[in-house]
Design a protein around this ligand. Structure first.
Ligand code: ZN
Ligand code: ZN
Length: 304
C-alpha cells in the first residue's frame, strides 16, 4: 500500500482514520497529536516542564518528543524526574535506561530515591504491610506516592507543568473504570486540573496517541526502554477492561478516541468543584485532612 499522504511505501494502517502512512508521515502524525494537546500556550518560551520518566516506552517516547519540541525554544527547558521506588532488580534496570537516555539527548535529570524521601523503599513497605497483615496494593500505594513526590519535586524546581506519560489506551481504560465505579471525583480529577498554589498542573502529552502507535514510534525512532513489567503489577481488573475496549476498537475503530473525547465533553458539564486541602501531617496537597501517603505511613507505623 502507498502512503495516503505522500505516496511512498506505507508501513502502517491507521484503522480509525482510514489512512495508510509511511514512516515519515507516521512519525509526523504522532508528533502532531502531541503538539495539539500542548498547544501554543505550553509550547512557548519561558517554560519549564517537569517530566515523569519511568523508563517504560510511554514516558520515553513522551520525553523524546517534548525534548524535540522544547530544545529549539529559547529560555525553555524540560527536566526529567525519575522516582526510584526501590524495587529490587527492576528499578536499577530502569534507572540505567533513564540515565543513558538523558545523557544521550542532553536532558537535565533528577533521581528521586523513595528511601531518601520517606526513609523506606517500596520493598520495605510491602514487607511491613505483610508482617502487619494489612491489605496494601503495592500499585495503588506506589501510584499515590509517585504522584506526591513528582509534585513535590516539580514544585521545588519551579516547573510550570508536570508531564505524565499516559497514552490513549490508559486514558480510555481509566475513564471506563471510573464510570463503572461511579467514581465521579476521580473522573473530575482525570479531566480537570484543580488550581492550587501547591499543585503543579499535570499534562498528558500522549493522551490521544494509542499504545500501539507509541510502541511503533519508539521502534521506528530506535528508542531504548525497559520492557519487563514491574514485579508488583497486579492489573487484573484493568486488563479485563482493556480487553473489552480492545475488542470494541477492533470491530469499531475509533472507539478509544470516542471514549476519551466523549468524557472530555461530559466533564465540562460536571459542576463539581474539587476542594484541595493541605495534609495536617506533611502540609502537602490532599483531598482529605490527611493525605493518602501519610494515612498509610501511620497504619504501617512509619514516619512520613
Ligand atoms: Zn508519507
Ligand atoms: Zn501528608
Amino acid at each position: 500500500m502507498k502512503c495516503s499522504k505522500c505516496g511512498k511505501e506505507a508501513i502502517y494502517h491507521q484503522k480509525y482514520s482510514g489512512l495508510y502512512l509511511c514512516k515519515e508521515c507516521f512519525i509526523k502524525d504522532v508528533e502532531r497529536k502531541v503538539r495539539k494537546v500542548l498547544g501554543r500556550n505550553i509550547i512557548r518560551n519561558n517554560m519549564k516542564i517537569g517530566v515523569g520518566l519511568s523508563g517504560g516506552k510511554d514516558s520515553v517516547v513522551m520525553t523524546y518528543i517534548l525534548n524535540k519540541f522544547f530544545k529549539p525554544i529559547p529560555n525553555s527547558e524540560i527536566i526529567v524526574f525519575f522516582v526510584d521506588e526501590g524495587i529490587k532488580g527492576f528499578r536499577k534496570v530502569a534507572r540505567k535506561f533513564v540515565v543513558e537516555f538523558c545523557e544521550e539527548y542532553g536532558i537535565k535529570y533528577k533521581i528521586i530515591p523513595l528511601e531518601e524521601e520517606i526513609g523506606v523503599s517500596l520493598d520495605d513497605i510491602v514487607k511491613i504491610a505483610r508482617e502487619k497483615n494489612l491489605t496494601l496494593n503495592p500499585c495503588s500505594f506506589c501510584g499515590v506516592m509517585r504522584r506526591k513526590l513528582l509534585n513535590r519535586v516539580a514544585l521545588k524546581e519551579g516547573c510550570n507543568y508536570l508531564a505524565i506519560g499516559h497514552n490513549l489506551d490508559d486514558m480510555a481504560q481509566a475513564v471506563m473504570m471510573n464510570y463503572i465505579d461511579g467514581a465521579i471525583e476521580k473522573l473530575v480529577r482525570l479531566g480537570k486540573d484543580v488550581e492550587h498554589p501547591l499543585l503543579v498542573k499535570r499534562i498528558r502529552p500522549l493522551k490521544y496517541v494509542p499504545e500501539e502507535e507509541v510502541q511503533l514510534y519508539a521502534d521506528l525512532v530506535g528508542l531504548k526502554y525497559q520492557k519487563e513489567p514491574c514485579p508488583y503489577s497486579s492489573i487484573s481488573y484493568r486488563a479485563e477492561i482493556s480487553e473489552i475496549i480492545d475488542k470494541l476498537e477492533d470491530s469499531h475503530p475509533g472507539t478509544m478516541h470516542s471514549i476519551v473525547s466523549g468524557f472530555e465533553k461530559l466533564i465540562k458539564h460536571l459542576g463539581i468543584k474539587m476542594e484541595v486541602k493541605t495534609c495536617k501531617i506533611c502540609g502537602e496537597p490532599a483531598s482529605g485532612d490527611i493525605c493518602k501517603v501519610c494515612l498509610w505511613m501511620e497504619k504501617l507505623g512509619l514516619k512520613a
